[in-house]
Write a protein that binds this ligand. Structure first.
Ligand code: SAM
Length: 163
């Protein structure tokens, strides 16, 4: 049976609680509140951010929850088109635009490959945990996997054993 834990800043959302659906009231950018939800329910398998759509909030939630979710967890953020709008904390080239951060995560996912390139990307938590990043219109999906060993996938250009 699925257990769905939702958070919302509006207290009236409590009315939507059911046997499988838990509602906790607080802000997605309040990390103490997020921790209280993790303490109560444990590490989430799936996180879907459909909250304020302000990229300040999207980034705080991601930075806090993504490292704390299940090792094979899936993180989705939707309605990211606002990342191009300054009024939602974004902009085409803004580093706060979560879509831009996710473009950078693609390079971090391939950090081991960059060891053989012209510029090395430092290994990060994304390198160590992420096996797939899906871009849809206004939605990004990041898949974690506990079995990552990116170096096994790399055939360096000067590897004598290369076919
Ligand atoms: C686009 S609605 C989505 C609601 C729900 N996910 C659904 O699909 O019906 C966005 C929700 O985010 C809530 N919200 C706005 N700012 C928030 C914040 N900082 N933290 C948590 N929830 C927030 C709003 O109250 C609103 O209910």
């Amino acid at each position: 049976m699925a257990r769905i834990v939702t958070i919302d800043i509006r207290p009236e959302c409590k009315a939507f609680e059911e046997e499988q659906i838990h509602v906790r009231i607080g802000s997605q950018s309040d990390t103490q509140f997020l921790q209280s939800v993790l303490d109560e329910f444990g590490a989430p398998d799936v996180v879907l951010d459909d909250g304020s759509h302000h990229h300040d909030d999207i980034n705080v939630s991601f930075d806090y929850l993504h490292p704390r979710m299940a090792r094979d967890g899936i993180y989705l953020a939707e309605d990211l088109n606002g990342g191009y709008w300054p009024q939602l904390g974004g902009g085409l080239r803004s580093p706060n635009n979560f879509i831009n951060r996710c473009k950078g995560f693609v390079d971090e996912m391939h950090a081991a490959a960059t060891l053989y390139g012209d510029e090395v990307v430092a290994e990060t938590d994304i390198t160590r945990t992420t096996s797939a990043i899906h871009f849809h219109d206004s939605v990004v999906v990041l898949e974690k996997t506990p079995y990552l060993n990116h170096t096994m996938m790399i055939i360096p250009p000067d590897d004598p054993g290369r076919a």
